[in-house]
Each structure stands twice: as structure tokens, then as C-alpha cells.
Write a protein that binds this ligand. Structure first.
Ligand code: NCD
Length: 308
């Protein structure tokens, strides 16, 4: 059975999403015992990460895998070794899955060409971040009472879309789950080809609330990707006024989501981040079971040890 990579959610289907989320629910409820026992999972993180790195590690360990962690510092990448040689080395050492975070879009796809191991994209530059979108769907369907409850819900994706791999994964995934989407962003934070999504673009979070958003999905202002000198937003307080989610936006029952890390008071008001209307802690908590499910599916051992 060839490895099943998870590189992108472009082209994903409702059935694919349901398969991962159903399995994640089983894993979260503890009915599957150590499906990854005997498997070697390599975590190769060449860009900063807290939530994704920690939850992948927990996900792999809880599911029984042997885990190797590699970062730029302390590895031969520091000596100039390239991505492909690093991947080939991990392959030779017997990795069954390689979880890769990398600053270059396309890095995971490139890696997958050079290994028999399953490659899981844990974020590649402005490319994709598929497990983030999957855990978001897990958190949201948990909040709403099931996967079928996602159908027809309205989600406003707010903020720095142009630099966001999260946006590039949640847009196809949320659509495949049957949700209706809109974007809330200034022109300077939209990709040139944003029109290809065919989504309405709204001028402020207030307008998203008027549109009937059930979910306000805020994206981080990714200053580390704003290269070239000219600022993308004239001032951060002004940005926060039009694109920041505040308590008043949640009064009608909408919930706020954010992949983290949050710039408190910019994308989401400080007093709202951990509020009852915030799914941000649920998103983080969903990461472990969802990533165990993704790893197990990628190595085709998902239900090999389902308890009787
Ligand atoms: C995101 C990422 O790194 O792409 N965070 C995450 O994985 N939880 C989003 C971000 O950094 O803005």
C-alpha cells in the first residue's frame, strides 16, 4: 500500500473530510489503541511553530509511534544540506511518515517526490496548511453538534489572506463541507487571483455580521511575510477598527476562530480570545486527535487496532 500524502486540501471532498473527522472522534474517545505502534514518524520543522509542532508530537506519541524531531538548528541543514538530501536521509533511516513545515511554498510536494514515506504538510510558506483546516472543522463540528451541522453555515474569513496558507486550506475545505464563505480584507491583503475563489469580499467585520456570519475566522497579520518595504496596512489600530473581531460582533451568536498565534487586540480583541464565543482553545485541543487520524490514514493503519 503506497503512502498517502497530505499535501493540500485543494480538491478535497466531503467524504474525505468525514473520514478524517470520524476517525479523529474515535481516537479522541479512546476506542483505538496505539494504531501507530512500530511506525517511525519524523517531525521536520524548519520554521517557527508552537501549536502545530507540539500537537503533532503528542498525536504521534499517543498513537504509539516512535518520534524523531528535526529542526534547522542542530541538524545538517545548518551546514548547508538541502531539503531533498535531508528527506532522502530520513527515508534511509526508515521514516514511515515525515511531517514537514517549511518556509517555501511547494516544499512538501517536492519532498514527497523523494521518499516512500508519507509526507504530511504542516505548513509550507504561503502554500497550504491542511491539518489546520481539518482541526478547525473538527472544533466547529464539535461545537455545532456534528459534521452535518456544518452544511449551510456562513463563514467570514477575515484579514491577511494574501500571506495565509491557512486561508488556502480552509477555503476549499470549508466549501467541501457545505459552508458558505465570504472574505473580509482590504485589497492590499488579497492575492491578485482572489477572484478565482468567486467569493464576496466585504469591507469590514461589521459588514460580515450584517451578512449573517455564523463564524468569524480571523487570520494573523503575518508581518514576517510582508517583505519589500511598503506596508500592507496603513496603521495597525486602523486595521483593528475595521478587521478586528470585537465583543459586539459576537452578540448575535457568532463564534470567533483563529489559527493562532493571535495578535491580541489586533485580529481579535484581548477580552474575546478566551471568551465563551471563542473556539480558539477548541481549535488547539482538536489538533491532537485530528493529527493522529491523519498520520494513521497516511500509513494505512487507521483502524488496524480498533478495540473489540
Ligand atoms: C498558522 C501557521 O503557522 O500557518 N499557525 C498555526 O499553524 N497554528 C497561522 C499563523 O501563523 O498565522
Amino acid at each position: 500500500m503506497p503512502a498517502r500524502n497530505l499535501l493540500t486540501l485543494e480538491g478535497t471532498s466531503r467524504a474525505d473530510l468525514r473520514e478524517v473527522l470520524d476517525l479523529a472522534r474515535d481516537y479522541a474517545s479512546g476506542t483505538v489503541d496505539r494504531p501507530l505502534a512500530g511506525k517511525i514518524v519524523c517531525l521536520a520543522f524548519f520554521e517557527a511553530s508552537t501549536r502545530t509542532a507540539v500537537s503533532f508530537e503528542l498525536a504521534a506519541r499517543r498513537a504509539g509511534a516512535d518520534v524523531i524531531s528535526l529542526s534547522e538548528r542542530g541538524s545538517s541543514i545548518q551546514k548547508g544540506e538541502g531539503l531533498i538530501d535531508t528527506i532522502v536521509t530520513l527515508d534511509s533511516l526508515g521514516a514511515d511518515a515525515i511531517v514537514l513545515r517549511h518556509p517555501a511554498a511547494g516544499a512538501a510536494r517536492l519532498a514527497a517526490l523523494h521518499t516512500e514515506a508519507a509526507v504530511i504538510n504542516a505548513g509550507d510558506g504561503r502554500g497550504q496548511h491542511p491539518t489546520q483546516a481539518l482541526l478547525d472543522l473538527h472544533a466547529l463540528s464539535g461545537h455545532l453538534g456534528g459534521f452535518d451541522e456544518l452544511e449551510g453555515r456562513k463563514v467570514a474569513v477575515v484579514g491577511d489572506v494574501v500571506h495565509s496558507r491557512v486561508a488556502r486550506s480552509i477555503i476549499p475545505a470549508f466549501r467541501a463541507a457545505g459552508m458558505e464563505l465570504a472574505i473580509v480584507a482590504p485589497q492590499t491583503l488579497l492575492p491578485l487571483d482572489a477572484g478565482a475563489w468567486g467569493l464576496p469580499v466585504l469591507p469590514s467585520v461589521d459588514d460580515a455580521v450584517d451578512w449573517g456570519a455564523d463564524v468569524l475566522y480571523a487570520l494573523r497579520l503575518q508581518k514576517e511575510r510582508m517583505t519589500g518595504g511598503s506596508p500592507r496596512v496603513p496603521s495597525v489600530p486602523e486595521y483593528a477598527r475595521f478587521y478586528g473581531v470585537a465583543r459586539r460582533h459576537l452578540a448575535g451568536g457568532a463564534v470567533v476562530m483563529h489559527p493562532g498565534p493571535v495578535n491580541r487586540g489586533v485580529e481579535v480583541a484581548g477580552d474575546v480570545v478566551l471568551d465563551a464565543s471563542s473556539l480558539i482553545p477548541d481549535q488547539v485541543a482538536s489538533g491532537v486527535a485530528v493529527r493522529s487520524a491523519v498520520l494513521a490514514l497516511s500509513m494505512d493503519v487507521a483502524r488496524s487496532r480498533v478495540a473489540a
